[in-house]
Ligand binder design. Structure first.
Ligand SMILES: [Zn+2]
Length: 187
């Protein structure tokens, strides 16, 4: 079993106009008392094995945001063809309010969707979201943990199980190679 679970786009709701944006913001309580937990960004462009560059740059991103509320507690947002992104982290941890706009650019009729989550700003051509309330807690969901501290006091005890030397907690890694103890939050 792998800790990596991804949800197909069919499980997401798309925001295509201002009315749907307003409904989304209301549904998520304008992100109040939320934490931007995780980002994942993938560029369509790449340098191939042959060293040829595929220059069709197109960034897709996804974001996990958790809140101190229920129904929903967390949301996963997918941003397609990201045009710009800037974050105010780590200055702001607790999110107070977010705003969103959907604008049709007159020049090329392209729809641009912008979200400003308390200074974390992103604009893109397509936006999708889903209720991700099952993704609470400090575990990473979009990939392995990013751990800089060496000498973790966590031991392999066999069969995919590990134990934290600090608090005695033991758990299954579910395929994680980078492990940290979520009970005592030592990382
Ligand atoms: Zn521990």
């Amino acid at each position: 079993m792998s800790f990596l679970v991804s949800h197909p786009i069919s499980e997401f709701t798309e925001v295509t106009n201002q009315e749907e944006m307003d409904a989304f913001l209301e549904w998520i309580g304008f992100f109040h008392d939320g934490v931007l937990k995780e980002f994942h960004a993938v560029n369509h462009a790449s340098v191939k094995q042959s060293l040829m560059m595929s220059i069709l740059a197109s960034w897709n991103m996804r974001m996990l945001l958790q809140r101190q509320f229920r129904n929903p507690s967390a949301v996963e947002i997918i941003f397609c063809q990201v045009q710009s992104f800037s974050t105010s982290a780590p200055e702001s941890v607790d999110i107070y309010e977010g705003a969103g706009t959907v604008v049709i650019q007159k020049t090329d009729e392209q729809r641009v969707i912008s979200l400003d989550i308390d200074g974390n700003k992103i604009s893109c051509y397509q936006l999708f979201y889903r209720d991700a309330s099952e993704w609470m807690g400090s575990e990473s969901r979009f990939g392995e943990e990013i751990i800089a501290k060496p000498n973790l006091p966590i031991h392999q005890i066999g069969d995919g199980w590990v134990q934290c030397e600090r608090c005695g907690n033991s758990w299954q890694t579910e395929g994680r190679h980078q492990v940290k103890c979520y009970r005592c939050d030592y990382n």
